[in-house]
Design a protein around this ligand. Structure first.
Ligand code: FMN
Length: 169
């Protein structure tokens, strides 16, 4: 798929069939995620790949916006021990967001669907996800990406808005 097509086709999909995502596709998604840029190339990311049914149903309780049924979730975490020091540490959020968008575009390219459910900076949701996944203290969950074979469709769309563009010439 051309990049331009994937950019417009990527939509949040929240309903999935029961068909599992293949291991090969999961590997493709993780490769895409980790090909993203990161500040000083620190790559301060960790990916938790969840296919366990009990764990998936626990994750639905992480926030009132994460009640989604799927056979696969990837939780993108920042690894604070790999992040830049001091006031630069929070660049991990941008690094992990870039990885997440790469992953979502790869989802679209594979004909799968996904939705990005934000966890950080909601402290109580972070705590719930950390408990469910037994995360080490230095792994901070940025989001839960639910992924699967789509059971709903949304039209591709272009959200271009010239009012948001400010030329400095
Ligand atoms: C940081 C972030 C957090 C989000 N959190 C949630 C969420 O908790 N639950 C959800 O269903 N969608 C969530 N979304 C998806 C947005 O609702 C969605 O991207 C937006 O409505 C635009 O629709 P589209 O993705 O189809 O273009 C989130 C998206 C982002 C980028």
């Amino acid at each position: 798929m051309e990049l331009k097509e994937a950019l417009l086709k990527r939509r949040s999909i929240r309903k999935f069939t029961d068909e599992p995502v293949s291991d090969e596709d999961i590997q493709t998604l993780l490769h895409a995620a980790m090909s993203g840029p990161s500040a000083c190339n620190k790559k301060p990311w960790e990916f938790y790949v969840v296919t366990d049914g009990e764990c998936l149903s626990e994750l639905k309780k992480a926030s009132r916006f994460t009640k989604i049924d799927s056979k696969l979730a990837i939780i993108v975490c920042g690894n604070l021990s790999k992040a830049l020091p001091l006031q630069f540490a929070s660049f991990w959020i941008q690094d992990c967001s870039a990885a997440t968008e790469n992953l979502l575009l790869s989802v679209t390219d594979l004909g799968l669907g996904a939705v990005w459910c934000g966890i950080h900076p909601m402290k109580s949701s972070e705590k719930k996800v950390a408990e469910i996944l037994s995360l080490p203290k230095n792994h901070i969950p940025l989001n839960i990406i639910y992924i699967g074979h789509p059971n709903e469709t949304h039209e591709p769309r272009d959200q271009y808005d010239e009012k948001k563009v400010h030329y400095v010439k």
